[in-house]
Design a protein around this ligand. Sequence first.
Ligand code: A2P
Length: 279
Amino acid sequence: GSCLESVKIAIDTGYRHIDGAFVYYNEHEVGQAIREKIAEGRIKREDIFYCGKLWNTCHPPELVRPTLEKTLKILQLDYVDLYIIELPMAFKPGDAIYPKDENGKIIYHKTDLCATWEAMEACKDAGLAKSIGVSNFNRRQLEMILNKPGLKYKPVSNQVECHPYFTQPKLLEFCRQHDIVIVGYSPLGTSRDETWVNVSSPPLLKDPVLNAIGKKYNKTAAQVALRFSIQRGVVVIPKSFNPQRIRENFQIFDFSLTEKEMKEIEALNKNVRYVELLM
Ligand code: A2P
């Protein structure tokens, strides 16, 4: 239920872009929140930008559309605004989200990412997804799609980890050249959950530079980190279940960072990922 409440608070606060996925196991709550807010008359469906994701076990082309249809059924929506390939590697299809062999090793699956992409294009043509994109793709993987013979639609976006300690300058430049929007996940340096986060990297929001700049504008380090990203053209998707922090993360449109401050924050880059995706 916490996701339902948080999405409703977020919509009331003004957020319109909602980043979801089947593997977050809360699409039913997200869909309910959106539908409730539509019923209240606060928003229309077309005001919301919902991003869904194709999980690793669903890469074979024949599974792509049924997987998206399942997401739509859970959301109880007719279309998603953006559907993206969550990761460039495929796992063995089946009910197990992390299929493992008897030694506990992930069982991968051979699929052709370009064939998966063609199935994504078909979802757009069918009107089930307004736009299609990718996530966690590096330059080579993007080039594979961009150079695919007979490409119908380019990926509109690439969702990757991006924040002041991991600024992705080269990927950002490559994507800019190809009109691919970078959507930055973990824009606040994510949680300190040891099960999936590399906690040996220093916590972003304790950074002295971010805090000092924040003090000048009467903003928090979190607000400075988010403002930095949007000011360099990176879309941010901060996560919070806390109403006060949900609102705080939206109060970033009433100040701007100077060129010097942007450079200072860019210089914080450590090229270190919090989310290592070791599988
Ligand atoms: P919570 O849900 O309790 O607010 P990211 O978006 O980079 O993945 O970061 C999410 C983490 O940062 C969550 O642990 C979230 O906790 C916390 N968080 C979200 N907003 C803020 C904020 N404004 N200040 C401090 N921590 C925040």
